[in-house]
Ligand binder design. Structure first.
Ligand code: TMP
Length: 235
């Protein structure tokens, strides 16, 4: 399968058409941004790690009954996926308080939440991806109640699966962001990526941050954190 034409370039990935209208190729870049693109940088080798890690998780999730866009890895940085229209929601699951949750609700980072939480942001860079509730989602026709129901069910199942898979590698899954897409036949499937760019991973023993917060917060050894996550999962 070959890339034909660039459809889209995002902050961390490019998307290309193929000769099959139902399939596109994603290419992972080393570019990193934070704070809605205000902070920019490069994390050398990130694209290769995020491609491999996303495909690893998506394959396992498919086996547990979560439909995903993954078809086949084509190279270090390129993967063939199903073409979808992205539901314009960032779906965020949290197990432990951190990031915007800690800030918004005045909760110390690291507090174990009594139960996992789910929130939606409206995926719109011009507005800075504002938090949105389900009434707003339906009022704006961003997704139907049935679609939000399915997304919610998938998100919590993905949380259970990722939490236990990562725990076996000595990693605590703090929180993560998912994106879902709709196929031409209207099926809701998991899309985008699952990587240190989109998850908070803490070493279970030391609490060391092994994700993009090292870049966001200038903690140093950013590349090392991505490599360590790859080592924990793939040896
Ligand atoms: P937050 O605490 O900043 O809201 O982030 C929650 C989770 O979502 C965290 O794992 C990082 C991820 N995330 C993204 O993938 N993209 C984003 O643009 C933001 C702000 C967060």
């Amino acid at each position: 399968m070959k890339k034909l034409r660039q459809l889209y370039e995002g902050k961390a990935k490019k998307v290309f058409t193929t000769d099959d209208p139902d399939l596109v190729i994603v290419e992972y870049k080393d570019d990193a941004t934070a704070f809605n693109g205000e902070k920019r940088g490069t994390i050398v080798g990130k694209g290769v790690i995020n491609n491999k890690m996303t495909n690893y998780f998506m394959q396992l999730l498919s086996e547990t009954g979560i439909p995903t866009h993954f078809i086949r890895e084509l190279s270090d940085r390129e993967t063939l996926v199903r073409c979808v229209s992205i539901v314009p929601l960032e779906v965020i699951v949290r197990n432990i308080a951190a990031g915007s949750f800690s800030k918004r609700y005045g909760v110390e980072e690291g507090r174990l939440l009594r139960r996992p939480t789910l929130e939606f942001s409206y995926k719109n860079d011009d507005l800075g991806d504002p938090l949105i509730n389900t009434y707003h989602i339906y009022a704006l026709d961003l997704a139907s109640p049935a679609e939000v129901g399915l997304i919610t069910e998938y998100a919590f199942k993905i949380n259970d699966f990722l939490k236990s898979t990562l725990a076996q590698c000595g990693i605590t899954l703090v929180d993560f962001k998912l994106e879902f897409g709709k196929t031409s036949s209207g099926e809701i499937i998991l899309a985008d990526e699952i990587s240190p760019d989109t998850c908070r991973f803490w070493d279970s023993k030391t609490g060391e941050k092994l994700d993009k917060d090292r870049f966001r917060q200038d903690l140093g050894n950013v590349e090392g954190a991505y490599r360590e996550m790859a080592r924990r999962l793939f040896g």
